[in-house]
Design a protein around this ligand. Sequence first.
Ligand SMILES: Nc1ncnc2c1ncn2[C@@H]1O[C@H](COP(=O)(O)OP(=O)(O)OP(=O)(O)O)[C@@H](O)[C@H]1O
Ligand SMILES: [Mg+2]
Length: 370
Amino acid sequence: MVGMIGGGQLARMTAQAAIALGVELRVLASSPDDAAARVSPTVIGDYRSLPDVVAFADRCDVLTFDHEHVPLELLRTLAQMGHGLHPAPEALRFAQDKWAMRERLQHAGIPVPAWRVVTSAVSVSDFAAEHGWPVVAKRILGGYDGRGVWVLPDAAGVTGLLAGSPEEALLVEEFVPLRRELAALLARSPNGEVRAWPLVETVQRNGICVETLAPADDPPASAVPIAVQIAALLEVTGVLAVELFERADGTVAVNELAMRPHNSGHWTIEGARTSQFEQHLRAVLDWPLGDTTATAPVVATANVLGSGDGPLGGRLPGVLAVDPALKVHLYGKEPRVGRKLGHVSALGAGAAAARRRASAGAVALSGASV
Ligand SMILES: Nc1ncnc2c1ncn2[C@@H]1O[C@H](COP(=O)(O)OP(=O)(O)OP(=O)(O)O)[C@@H](O)[C@H]1O
Ligand SMILES: [Mg+2]
């Protein structure tokens, strides 16, 4: 029995892969309305509560995650009690804590943006004097989908951000002039086997990934090897996504790490011989990893974001009528504005056409008037 902590869309899509493999998967969800709780065996509980998580872990052979928000101390306690965790707390720490991640990667000689941890407005100004305005301020723990990331044109507002930060400290970074953003995705099993998928280009709007293109055109040669190096360095088990910035000169820097199936890997469901969800399970179970070869020359995937225009299901037949080759995944979530409610993939021979098709499908489903 594999236990997945978190009942979001990543758990829901992992459950689909578990069914095919004949693997029993149970999720720990906050509510019966969570995306995975609606479709898979579920325990309702709080991932921040030690008794809830221990009771869940006692019923599973191995634990994994659909998010990185379980408190580190709780994870360490579970590991000490003998529960198998993939990734282990000592790896997952670097997906939770942006300060620890920056420090560890820099120490290993892996390229990262210039950064500093600050506890005062003066130290932000000092950093900007060296690296220029704007600077990017980030919460050290707990940010996601751009919440907890601020581009600061000057020092005004820094004091407020520091006061609102539970750590009373922020990570500040140089504002990297981006040519594009990329994601390197791989899986690593406990026995050290590693398999990487082709590099992906990701497109973000307002800090949220809205579109991916696989493979990235003209991929920088260092990107996938950096991810492989990180996986071995941190002894990651399961899927690892390395979000990368590509600078104008073609060099790359690591933005952040996720140690679970990732939004940049949804294309693998139809676009690769082995999906990230199947691979994550295989890695967590220490089974042989699957072939990561792409099944089409290009795969474009667009996220369906809530527009406030009611449930999506009713629009689906119309979208499929327009483009019967689209592959649509809806997550069964309440359609709140800006929320990731599903994704649409288009497989094809040319990037421009695939992107247009995936994005047209996603926009039509969301009901957005753009
Ligand atoms: N130093 C930077 N320079 C330029 N843009 C940045 C920088 N840091 C972050 N961004 C932009 O903000 C986005 C979100 O940043 P980041 O990935 O650190 O935040 P997050 O909320 O933890 O994201 P996620 O949703 O991936 O968990 C990035 O994808 C990028 O578009
Ligand atoms: Mg990110």
